[in-house]
Design a protein around this ligand. Sequence first.
Ligand code: KG4
Ligand code: ZN
Length: 334
Amino acid sequence: MITLGIETSCDETGVALYDDERGVLGETLHSQVDLHALYGGVVPELASRDHVRRLLPLLREALDRAHCTLADVDRIAYTRGPGLAGALLVGASVASGLGLALGKPVVGIHHLEGHLLSPLLATPRPDFPFVALLVSGGHTQLMAVEGVGRYRLLGESVDDAAGEAFDKTATLLGLGYPGGPALARLADHGNPARHAFPRPLKASGKLDFSFSGLKTAALHCVRGRTLSDAEKADVAASFQAAVVDVLAAKCLLALERTGYARLVVAGGVGANRALRERLVRETLAAGATAHFPPVALCTDNGAMIAFAAALKAESGTPVEHGFAVKPRWALSEA
Ligand code: KG4
Ligand code: ZN
């Protein structure tokens, strides 16, 4: 079975073809980062219009790369939510139009379920059950995952998401938007012990997160000062160390509480090297293992949407068919 996956929930247009036996056959991705950089954040109307412009050319290119035609597609999956309403509507419309024209089923996928299952695209593929850390620009959640469609929320951010805190701190340091990856690169040259930034909720005994106080601490540290490049690198490194420290502590606590032996990490911040290294080291010391999707699949992409639809079909998990978008949608209700 070949599944076509379409992702348009925010500022990336992603298309991929996934085959149950051969894996990802071909994929294309366009990031709108340059389009929104001027405004310091995603402008929803510009995002929708760009998805309209890009989606069909990206689809043709993905089919070429997969050496497929539309006639080979057995199922069409698109991101139904959560995300920007206008952006989601573009993917939903194209998927539904294709489904009608080809007479093939159309499935709406939860964006976070796509992220959550994407580490299963890695080799070796982790077995269920596992603890999943979802760390993106919009979400920071710990989930107990017992199988496809069997997710239990263990804890989440009570304010900013980890990626959002990275982006806002990067803006403070003049690193542009989205600054997470740039902040991480700068942190490589800084001293993580230079600033003792807070570790919010680290010792709370709960699995919830809070990052807005940390971001404010970084603000107080840089406000009204002109920083040298070396000083900026120290702020970046100290900030990253605080985020990684809190994320790692909560992951270990979640493993302990669930008794699971596997941790999977998904979402854009999962591309962060310091976080990966720390989690690999600490899970190993705790007798567990850490699994990550390939770096290219950490951020938004069409492959994770196609893959989630294929796994749901294979496991007989209920799916939502037809045309709809859900800009706000809890994973527990998916
Ligand atoms: O999953 P994603 O592509 O989109 C959402 O669904 O939000 O995640 C994007 C987020 C952004 O906040 C970005 O700055 C962050 O992931 N990010 C990183 C890194 N790469 C991406 N944060 C820290 N270190 C990185 N290497
Ligand atoms: Zn995402």
